[in-house]
Ligand binder design. Sequence first.
Ligand SMILES: Cc1cc2nc3c(=O)[nH]c(=O)nc-3n(C[C@H](O)[C@H](O)[C@H](O)COP(=O)(O)OP(=O)(O)OC[C@H]3O[C@@H](n4cnc5c(N)ncnc54)[C@H](O)[C@@H]3O)c2cc1C
Length: 503
Amino acid sequence: MNTHAEGLDFGEAERDFSAVDKVRVVEALSRVLPAGTLMYETEDLRPYECDGLAAYRALPLVVVLPTTETQVVAVLHICFELGVPVVARGAGTGLSGGALPHTRGVLLSLARFNRILKLDPVARTAVVQPGVRNLAISEAAASHGLYYAPDPSSQIACSIGGNVSENAGGVHCLKYGLTVHNLLRVRGATIDGEIVEIGSGALDAPGYDLLALVTGAEGMLLVITEVTVGLVPRPQLAQCVLAAFDDVVRAGDAVARIIAAGIIPAGLEMMDQPATAAVEEFVRAGYPLEARAILLCESDGTPEEVAEEIARVWAVLEASGATEIRVSRDEAERLRFWAGRKAAFPAAGRISPDYYCMDGTIPRRRIGEMLSAIEQMEARYGLRCMNVFHAGDGNLHPLILFDANQPGELERAEAFGAEILELSVALGGTITGEHGVGLEKINQMCVQFTTDEVRQFFRVKAAFDPPGLLNPGKAIPTLNRCAEYGRMRVSRGQVSYPELPRF
Ligand SMILES: Cc1cc2nc3c(=O)[nH]c(=O)nc-3n(C[C@H](O)[C@H](O)[C@H](O)COP(=O)(O)OP(=O)(O)OC[C@H]3O[C@@H](n4cnc5c(N)ncnc54)[C@H](O)[C@@H]3O)c2cc1C
């Protein structure tokens, strides 16, 4: 791998790819790809024009659907030689525009890399291709009493390659960790076509922890071609506690108190009243509609462990002022409690033509403050917001409801979202919990990080991708962009936040 990062600084300006010639690219690719794996007619490109952040759309120059690693390497070689940008794509469920195509680039879909290569129940590992769906791993492991713990709500569709690239989380990540904590090995190709293996089949690997570096790299360092994940035993029992509160701040404080009591539940989620109302109409989960907020708190383990933990959780909830506490009586009721939470995004889609899902993370003890601030923002921007979040992790998912057909509403929703993210930073948190930066939060990277830190990010990228061809324009802002965004915030009077904490 070339590592001549010194002296390179892609951080000063956006790169110009106007010299890329479509005919040349198509001719070169058609020499290395079999029939049916290369598309360049507009109607064939249209399905790839956006990911889950549908407000941003762009048609790529071409789409390739390779089926072997050799084909991936050949595509990358050509792009390297011709100076063509490459955007890798899994299932396209990302919510930050990470898989948005480059108009002068190749959209490299890993959808056909959909095989589970090896499942070892003794080592409790699975070797899978990157296009395998998250849930498919647990389905394949079920007969061995095992499952893959990270469970994004999109798990029925999203791919493991996308999960690694976004460091995806989910309800059970509070106890079992994010993607990065359940990953053993990644194999992939760099832009110049070199195959690299990072991590190992064992619990640790020699050298620097590059596995953590490539997890959450948003397709900017490698194209992932194979992943080894760890599997965990299915717990004997899981039960879910549903607690109602007549005040959102009290519900937020209860979350902090549960963790402070030394309890790490299998899941700890919160929904406010607009969210429970929307969900209840949709899936009838049995939520108390008069509550201003509800918490869902799951315990798993042996029956004895679950009974003991639930007793402790109950005591904390009572002391925190819960107005009602229910424990799921059987598996069907537990699944019903969760069905509501898992249906929150589609429920937002039922009551509003469009919604914008934000993803800031804040210290748990500041949840109440954030919710009060969001209420004020709703009035100021004239838009409604439903709040659902992975409360145990302090990971917010405010769903801002808007109608893109109404002039100015999309822009107001974006400004509303930007304010939530920037407040997350000011409260001691970060602009993303699990959805990544992509294009969506690129301006807020300038708020979270200093110019020097942004320069270091570009150096890391250049060590893997010297010409800057993998997913250019995403996740790391150019310094020009940051300077421009800084000027804009000053003119909007938005630089009044206290000195920002650094991580
Ligand atoms: C309804 C809904 C609910 C969601 N809930 C959650 C949730 O609970 N938790 C959560 O974390 N996310 C959630 N998401 C977001 C999304 O599902 C995740 O970010 C997921 O990890 C994206 O996977 P994907 O296969 O769709 O990736 P894509 O959207 O295709 O790509 C995402 C990024 O990964 C890169 N990439 C993809 N494959 C590769 C590869 N093989 N090599 C290199 N780079 C690659 C892309 O370039 C892009 O930058 C949700 C989305 C939706 C629509």
